[in-house]
Design a binder for this molecule. Structure first.
Ligand SMILES: Nc1ncnc2c1ncn2[C@@H]1O[C@H](COP(=O)(O)OP(=O)(O)O)[C@@H](O)[C@H]1O
Ligand SMILES: [Mg+2]
Length: 352
């Protein structure tokens, strides 16, 4: 069942001289209850802006966002507060959201009181239980944020998001600032919580390898637009947009080793002055004259669960990663994959 739908979202920031920077330039998304939608693209392509629009931390200039079929634009008062409870956020840097002078106890208790979910005694009890759920100890409740490691702070941010019983958590690069060894732990925690609570996740990342085993659906965005979208399976097995292919090729294959391919060459276009044709044409190995001359093609259905915005999507040769170790074998992705396989076996055991 659809939990979240975004239709034709636009967000531009005014620049001096009457120009504007189109950070999000016509994006559609759908997320089903209990699933993970990954939003992937290079730095500056509009991911965080999109996240803020979905959270209503910022208003879209155009387009609408439906939560369970209700248009978020119309919400005021109690209905808006309830929407803010149902949709929570975890940012890359919990220092940005955890007050450095506030004890963890208060950071966890306050949202529950704010949303009038329970009284203080009950909120304190729940705070202890939340610490345990995210793998920390209730005995640490009286500490301050700086007394925790980066991974632990991210667990606290997740606990705080959970405290109010959300249906969706928007995670904006939640593991990008963490050591690789810690990244998998935090990703695994999110997967466990999703599994237990039926949580839906929007998982924003610049790294396709990280989302591979986490996401049910993936939207690849480039210069403010979705260029390819589909189930994780289809998109990784048969990427149909040259940008998705370039991201896969540029992904590091090992934690420390050199990249097998040169990082994606060049830069995304200036969002204040995008080129008239396909926005990826200048960097695209498959580009033809039509790509520079015609406007960027809209997303087109390639298969039932797969859309791509490329003139040549169907014509591209099969995608083969020219490397002994595909991204699935990176230690992080492998660990997450092994974890998911083990969990699925456990589920099968439960069902038997
Ligand atoms: N508040 C803002 N004012 C002006 N420009 C912004 C603002 N926020 C983001 N941008 C610009 O919008 C574009 C997209 O940014 P962002 O959404 O942060 O991308 P990402 O999260 O993918 O790195 C960038 O060019 C960025 O400089
Ligand atoms: Mg960002």
């Amino acid at each position: 069942m659809t939990l979240l739908r975004a239709e034709n979202l636009h967000r531009a920031y005014p620049l001096p001289g009457g120009r504007s920077l189109r950070a999000v330039d016509g994006i559609d998304l759908t997320l089903r209850r209990g699933e993970t939608l990954a939003i992937v693209g290079e730095s500056g392509c509009g991911k965080s802006t999109l996240g803020r629009l979905l959270l209503r931390l910022e208003e879209a200039d155009e387009g609408r966002i439906l939560l369970d079929g209700t248009d978020l634009r119309g919400l005021r008062g109690a209905a808006l507060r309830d929407m803010r409870r149902r949709v929570q956020v975890v940012f890359q840097d919990p220092y940005g959201s955890l007050n450095p002078r506030e004890r963890i106890r208060d950071a966890l208790v306050r949202p529950m009181l704010l949303h009038r979910l329970c009284d203080r005694a009950e909120a304190e009890r729940r705070a202890g239980a939340l610490m345990e759920r995210v793998g920390l100890s209730p005995a640490q409740l009286d500490r301050l944020p700086h007394q925790f490691s980066g991974g632990q702070r991210q667990r606290i941010a997740i606990a705080r998001a959970l405290s109010v019983g959300p249906e969706l958590i928007v995670c904006d690069e939640p593991v990008s600032a963490l050591d690789v060894s810690v990244q998998a732990q935090v990703v695994n925690l999110l997967q466990d919580l999703q599994h237990e609570d039926g949580l839906a996740l929007v998982f924003i990342s610049h790294d396709l390898a990280v989302v591979r085993h986490l996401a049910h659906h993936v939207a690849v965005i480039y210069a403010g637009r979705v260029v390819e979208a589909g189930t994780a399976e289809t998109l990784f097995a048969d990427p149909r947009h040259p940008y998705t292919r370039a991201l896969l090729e540029a992904a590091p294959r090992t934690d420390t080793g050199p990249r097998a391919h040169a990082a994606l060459a060049g830069e995304p276009p200036n969002p204040a002055a995008p080129p008239p044709g396909c926005r990826f044409a200048a960097r695209c190995p498959a580009a033809q004259a039509v790509c520079r001359e015609e406007p960027q093609p809209p997303l087109r259905e390639i298969a039932a669960t797969h859309r791509a915005a490329c003139h040549f999507a169907e014509a591209l040769p099969p995608f083969i990663l020219l490397d002994a170790a595909p991204p699935a074998a990176t230690p992080l992705a492998a660990r997450i994959g092994a974890y998911r396989a083990a969990r699925n076996r456990a589920d099968a055991g439960d069902a038997a």
